[in-house]
Design a protein around this ligand. Structure first.
Ligand code: ADP
Ligand code: ZN
Length: 440
């Protein structure tokens, strides 16, 4: 049986994907003017623009964006559900909502044209890394209000790929479908892809031997390069980082091309800035800051300078793939994912990076913060192979993990080794990495 067909890399829309930077900036300026005019019809923005003396006809280049007001998650929450609509409600055909990871969810509405534009962006991401009509695509993201399900589904459909809309969870069924239908491409959360390895092993199914899997899209939550490598090795696939947020449609905002060297952002649809999360000014090129987005093509809910709270940096050099659209680093996490422990700032992703490099470490980990006798403790529970749970081997491994973590975090956490399957992993939804029980 021939397992994999060779992968072709090419452009879904070559002209726009490789548009010279000058022309791309001009297109953005034109679309920014149009977006502001559209947004002016929304009372919330009308007021904001009045206060900032915004005149769309004076926007000559995208540099003018700096004079526009920001939009925050709280603004979106306060305008729930219809307050930010720039079209009559009757012109909308779909509503989505964020998962509510950081509090009350926000709702986004879309016209038919919005859905079409969004699907096209997703199709660009899929096609660029070699997904073709002949592929079989198993979408393992939740359907419903969450954007990962229908967002990817419509993109795959635009491309003409046979899609299995199973959604999240149902581990054993997922594996059976992959094997029986000859699934070649999946969209899956990285924590679930790691969890599913155990399910494959328990079922005695070897992804290399028994499936035709060749491409994974990993999205919806932060994950490290080491996690990607584990997934690629176990499933024998190419895994691509796919990033998006409901406020900017969902998946399709930013994706890795086949070079896997940073994520391109589709600049014909978004203007992206990287701002000091504690201020209003851009960070110097290459430094990590908060991603701030302006929609350029959205009809129903145009958003101006939306503060996403997601942290990443720009990559300055043009990408060798030929796409002119800018690139960002992996998402480090959200502003409020940062753990402050004994005065040190730590992102869960740093912990994951260290743990996934250690072969004895199994599926998952959990950071528990608690206060005991007025002392703040950070206990990192780590799932390891059974044979490392007792005796000399266990002490050696525990010490090795503590040392590696200390070198990365510049603080010394406690490490507890636990057996595989101890830490609950949600079959559907985003992994919870931190439990903070500290008394402040
Ligand atoms: P919520 O913000 O409530 O989780 P969404 O379901 O819209 O709602 O999820 C979008 C968020 O998920 C992003 O803002 C980002 O924090 C995270 N995210 C999505 N894709 C990725 C990715 N590839 N890497 C890291 N984080 C991601
Ligand atoms: Zn590229």
């Amino acid at each position: 049986m021939v397992k994999k067909s060779p992968t072709e890399f090419s452009f879904w829309e070559k002209k726009i994907e490789t548009l010279p930077t000058q022309d791309l900036k001009k297109l953005q300026a034109k679309r920014l003017r149009q977006t502001i005019k559209k947004a002016q019809t929304v009372p919330f923005y009308e007021e904001q623009f009045k206060a900032a003396s915004t005149d769309p006809d004076k926007i000559e280049s995208i540099d003018c964006i700096k004079s526009l007001p920001f939009t925050t998650k709280d603004d979106l929450r306060n305008q729930w559900p219809y307050g930010l609509l720039a079209v009559p409600k009757d012109d909308c055909v779909r509503v989505h909502a964020s998962s509510g990871t950081t509090g009350r969810a926000v709702a986004m509405l879309h016209t038919e044209k919005d859905i079409d534009t969004w699907s096209n962006l997703v199709a660009r991401c899929l096609y660029g890394v070699g997904v073709r009509k002949r592929d079989i695509f198993q979408n393992m993201a939740g359907y419903g209000l969450f954007t990962g399900g229908l967002g990817f589904h419509y993109g795959a459909q635009k491309l003409g790929t046979l899609t299995i809309p199973i959604g999240a969870g149902n581990s054993r069924r997922q594996v059976n479908l992959m094997r029986d239908f000859g699934t070649t491409v999946t969209h899956i959360m990285p924590s679930f892809a790691i969890y599913l390895m155990k399910v494959f092993k328990d079922m005695g199914i070897d992804p290399k031997r028994d499936t035709k899997l060749r491409i994974f899209f990993l999205g919806a939550e932060p994950h490290s390069e080491e996690t990607r490598k584990r997934i690629e090795t176990f499933y024998d696939v190419d895994a691509y980082n796919s990033y998006g947020l409901s406020e900017m449609n969902g998946p399709g905002v930013s994706f890795e091309c086949h070079l896997k060297d940073g994520l391109h952002i589709w600049e014909d649809s978004y203007i992206v800035e990287i701002i000091d999360p504690e201020g209003d000014e851009p960070v110097p090129m290459g430094e990590v800051g908060e991603l701030v987005y302006t929609t350029l093509q959205r009809e129903a809910m145009p958003l101006i300078r939306y503060r996403s709270q997601d942290l990443a940096s720009f990559i300055q050099e043009p990408c060798k793939c030929g796409r002119t659209h800018c690139r960002i680093s992996r998402i480090q996490g959200r502003v409020d994912d940062m753990i402050i422990w004994k005065g040190v700032n730590i992102f869960p992703l740093q912990i994951e990076k260290v743990l996934m490099e250690i072969p004895e470490v199994q599926e998952t980990y959990l950071v528990v913060l608690e206060t005991e006798n007025d002392v703040d403790r950070m206990i990192i529970q780590v799932e390891v192979r059974e044979s490392f749970l007792k005796g000399e081997k266990s002490y050696e491994l525990q010490a090795r993990i503590v040392n590696s973590l200390q070198a990365e975090l510049l603080a010394k956490p406690e490490v507890q080794l636990v057996s595989s399957g101890t830490i609950p992993v949600p079959e559907a939804g985003k992994a919870k990495r931190v439990i903070d029980k500290r008394s402040f």
